[in-house]
Design a protein around this ligand. Structure first.
Ligand code: AMP
Ligand code: TRP
Length: 348
């Protein structure tokens, strides 16, 4: 976003918010679809607020000790990938109560029909929808609150979050209409780059996910160089060589995925990768991809491991980030209380 960004309502200054759930270890999908792009936004000099969304994680039961560990590990991944806690605000959601307060208010704005259309809920709940938590159903309205508690205008995410951001827009518009105000911005999803949807290494039609039962399906940010190389060598492909145009990858989801991953890691377009590797067999493309992945990911993994040696320091960074986040969100949520008619007379 080198160019001034088009905000739908010019009165809202550009501010970026995004979040990642500490519900497991982070994957290459999180790195390419989210983290790497969060760093780019920070380095463009935009105000950036990034959050480990622990309140979202507990929509599915989490072991408390693991949740703490995963939250710290996620924060370490942010920093290792290039987030500078002095330039960006980095914190965990539960330390800033504005999120859940606004989340409740948005539960009263969002309509049952809107929520019932969320495909991620349908996928996650599956046949078990009577038995999942109410929080899992309501979670996209908490996500809207995460963003709008800061009046953020732009939200970098992977492709899978697009529908949740449309809901965020609907909630902002309905709130503004219901109360006759121009209070919340209508956010812009920022879904950019070659890897907005990194697919499983075992099945090119399924998203790479930290919750996939097969560890072979994903690259974890904690995998060592050998493991990364092995997983890429074993990734499912087809017997054909790489074609000379992107069109030739149309019905080859696994091959397309590896080309996209290469492009995103190298900072090239998929077209460039195809130009460089036209006619190459996977026997030569996979080792090149493995080398590139190790070169890009190994320094991050090593830095994460180093940071994890000092959990106290990570907690300190999250605490400081939370105080800065609260300073922005508190007055916004207080104004919301005034707008909706809550008496605020407590003094202590
Ligand atoms: P989550 O792990 O579900 O909290 O996702 C955190 C961020 O990573 C969101 O912006 C997601 O869209 C993004 N993300 C997760 N998995 C992938 C994937 N396989 N490809 C691209 N982006 C992803
Ligand atoms: N729902 C997102 C995911 O599962 C995580 C998330 C929560 C988020 N709150 C957010 C992303 C606010 C962007 C902005 O990936």
């Amino acid at each position: 976003m080198a160019e001034p960004v088009q905000t739908p309502q010019a009165s809202f200054p550009t501010r970026i918010f995004s979040g990642i759930q500490p519900s497991g270890g982070l994957t290459l999908g999180n790195y390419l679809g989210a983290l790497k792009r969060f760093v780019e936004k920070q380095d463009e000099g935009i105000e950036t607020i990034y959050c480990m969304v622990d309140m979202h994680a507990i929509t599915v039961w989490q072991d408390p000790e693991k949740l703490r560990q995963q939250t710290r590990e996620g924060a370490a991944a942010f920093i290792a990938a290039g987030i500078d806690p002095a330039r960006s605000i980095l914190f965990n959601q539960s330390q800033v109560s504005a999120h859940v307060e606004l989340g409740w208010i948005f539960n009263c704005i969002a309509r049952m029909g809107w929520m019932s259309r969320m495909t991620q809920f349908k996928d996650k709940a599956g046949k078990n929808s009577e038995n999942v938590s109410l929080g899992l159903f309501a979670y996209p309205s908490l996500m809207a609150a995460d963003i709008l508690a800061y009046k953020a205008t732009h939200v970098p995410v992977g492709e899978d979050q697009k529908q949740h951001l449309e809901l965020t827009r609907d909630i902002a518009i309905k709130f503004n209409n219901d109360y006759g105000v121009n209070f919340f911005p209508v956010v812009e999803p920022v879904i950019e780059g070659a890897a907005t949807r990194v697919m499983s290494l075992r099945d090119g039609t399924k998203k790479m996910s930290k919750s996939d039962p097969s560890d072979q399906s994903r690259i974890n940010l904690t995998d060592d160089a050998d493991t990364i190389a092995k997983k890429i060598r074993k990734a499912k492909t087809d017997p054909e060589p790489l074609p000379d145009t992107l069109d030739g990858l149309k019905d080859r989801p696994e091959a397309r995925n590896l080309v996209n991953i290469y492009a995103a890691l190298a900072g090239h377009t998929p077209e460039q990768v195809i130009r460089d590797y036209a006619g190459a067999q996977f026997g030569s493309f996979k080792p090149a991809l493995a080398d590139l992945a190790v070169a890009k990911l190994e320094p991050i993994t090593l830095e994460m491991n180093r940071l994890m040696q000092d959990p106290g320091e990570i907690d300190h960074i999250l605490g400081q980030g939370a105080a800065r986040a609260d300073a922005i969100a508190r007055p916004i949520v207080d104004q919301v209380y005034d707008i909706i008619g809550m008496i605020r007379s407590r003094r202590d």
